[in-house]
Design a protein around this ligand. Structure first.
Ligand SMILES: [Zn+2]
Length: 261
């Protein structure tokens, strides 16, 4: 990567104008930027959200794959457009060293990074330098906690968190200068016939307790069941607002080859 000093971009455009251009290309304040793991090679990839109107939880967005019948794989699989292949911002960043240094922070500061459960957040954190991690201002995580505790194998359609990952995630978020921090936590009954309300107070307190040490200008936790009055009272001084929102849960997982997690 060379510095293109002779480029008209630097000669003709003021720094402010260049920053505006970088913002237009590298960020979108209206859409989530999903960080996901491509199943074939386990590499981290990104994808702009294109399923904002879905009635399902964000973790079940079509952004993660379109279930379809794959006879070679012996069942259903999830098909996605290869994430990150269409926005082209990696090409911009790699076009010139000067652009890279001028624009990189915008990528982290101006986007809403969305993670499907703690494992993706932990993997993403490991993959970038500390300065870039600390530049993030908008973060959203969708996750689920299923009985019995802790969770067993992760499922494609319900990204289940483990206690260890959840604690590590909360510790990583502690001290960040976040403008917006959102969690949507779906409690998933064992089957559609089980009531969502089966999650007990003890479990709910264990999930929310580590969030008390976090800070953000806007801090919200969305859940798909009502907190008991005892839990509400326990968290009455918490730095986050708990919002109840009922969303449809899909129980029809794709089977066979999975493209993205
Ligand atoms: Zn999406």
């Amino acid at each position: 990567m060379e510095i293109q000093h002779q480029s008209p971009l630097f000669r003709l455009l003021s720094p402010d104008l260049r920053l505006c251009i970088y913002e237009m290309i590298l960020s979108d304040p209206r859409r989530l930027m999903h960080i996901m793991i491509f199943a074939r090679d386990l590499k981290l990839v990104h994808s702009w959200c294109h399923d904002e109107d879905s009635p399902l939880p964000i973790c079940q967005h079509l952004c993660y794959g379109h279930p379809y019948i794959d006879r070679d794989a012996g069942g259903y699989a999830a098909q996605i457009d290869l994430p990150g292949s269409k926005d082209g911002f990696v090409n911009l960043l790699l076009s010139c060293r000067r652009i890279y240094y001028e624009a990189l922070e915008i990528l982290y500061k101006n986007n809403i990074f969305h993670f499907r459960g703690s494992p993706r957040l932990l993997a993403f954190h490991k993959s970038i330098p500390t300065a870039q991690w600390q530049a993030i201002r908008y973060l959203h995580m969708s996750t689920t906690f299923k009985p019995p505790w802790p969770n067993e194998a992760e499922l494609w359609h319900f990204p289940a968190d483990s206690w260890e990952d959840w604690d590590e995630t909360c510790a990583l978020l502690n001290g960040m200068q976040l403008k917006s921090l959102r969690f949507d936590i779906a409690h998933v009954p064992r089957s559609p016939s089980f009531p969502v309300e089966e999650m007990g107070d003890k479990a709910m307190i264990a999930i929310l307790e580590p969030l008390k040490m976090l800070e953000a200008e806007n801090f919200e936790v969305e859940i798909n069941f009502r907190l008991s009055s005892a839990v509400e009272k326990y968290f009455k001084d918490a730095p986050f607002a708990v919002v109840f929102k009922k969303r449809t849960l899909s129980y029809s997982p794709p089977r066979g080859r999975i493209r993205c997690r």
